[in-house]
Design a protein around this ligand. Structure first.
Ligand code: NI
Length: 256
């Protein structure tokens, strides 16, 4: 019973075999998936996936690297779509100074505006933050993000920073990167974060775990992430699966 908290099955990388792949999830132990929007068009594609598959849920929002061409008034579209059935969160939203292809003030405007939609609609947020730890945390503090809640997805910062996010009540999303040999920092984080605050994610089609590093990722690869987290913490794989499933229900405020 594995719950993938963060996937992009609307991505073109799945155009060839999307239905075949998704139809195989349940029999391979992938119980539920949240499809996360990134650019504007992916919001409708996410909604379509939630309607086509009973085990797929969604998040609506605009990724910081995809907000450059938007009109501010398009925030209302996100608000409207966030009210639809099976939409569990606003995301992915945040700051990305790695690609840095959208002016930082524009990224910040969309991050704040979407945080406010989440607050008003009483939904958690899925935060994307890359090479932008300080600005992300400063904004979260200023916006009282602890009142909104959510997950820091594809966590890539230090243990010290993780503590700050945890203190704000956030969950930490861990995926394929934790299996990489050179991901020393993330392995430390995976050991440090309390077991009741870790959630599993693929971010597929990206970030496939070893032994599929560099290949297309899918939720079917999550057992490799489970094995790594279990080994790092010295607990059983069953414990990791069970705890992360329950954590995901708590994060996305699902009854069961
Ligand atoms: Ni993502």
């Amino acid at each position: 019973m594995i719950f993938d908290t963060h996937a992009h099955y609307d991505d073109g990388a799945f155009d060839e075999d999307r239905a075949l792949l998704l139809d195989s999830m349940k029999e391979q132990g992938i119980e539920r998936i949240v499809n996360i929007s990134s650019d504007f068009a992916s919001i409708q594609k996410t909604l379509d996936l939630t309607k086509a598959y009973d085990f797929i849920y969604g998040a609506v929002g605009i990724h910081p690297s995809d907000c450059g061409e938007l009109e501010k008034s398009q925030i209302e579209y996100i608000r409207e779509k966030s009210k639809e059935d099976k939409i569990l969160a606003i995301g992915e939203i945040g700051l990305d100074y790695y690609w840095d292809n959208v002016p930082r003030d524009v990224q910040k405007w969309w991050f704040e505006a979407q945080m406010e939609v989440a607050r008003e609609e009483k939904l958690p947020v899925v935060i994307h933050s890359r090479d932008a730890a300080k600005d992300t945390m400063d904004m979260m503090k200023a916006l009282r993000a602890e009142e909104i809640g959510g997950v820091v997805h594809c966590y890539s910062y230090s243990v010290e920073m993780a503590k700050t996010f945890l203190d704000m009540g956030f969950y930490i999303g861990i995926g394929g990167v934790v299996t990489f040999k050179n991901s020393k920092k993330l392995k430390e984080v995976a050991k440090y974060v309390p077991l009741d605050r870790i959630v599993l994610e693929t971010d597929c089609p990206y970030l496939s775990p070893v032994p599929y590093r560099g290949k297309r990722n899918s939720s079917l690869h999550l057992p490799y992430v489970v094995t790594e987290i279990a080994a790092l913490r010295g607990i059983s794989e069953e414990e990791v699966v069970k705890a992360t499933y329950q954590n995901t229900l708590d994060l996305y405020r699902m009854e069961q």
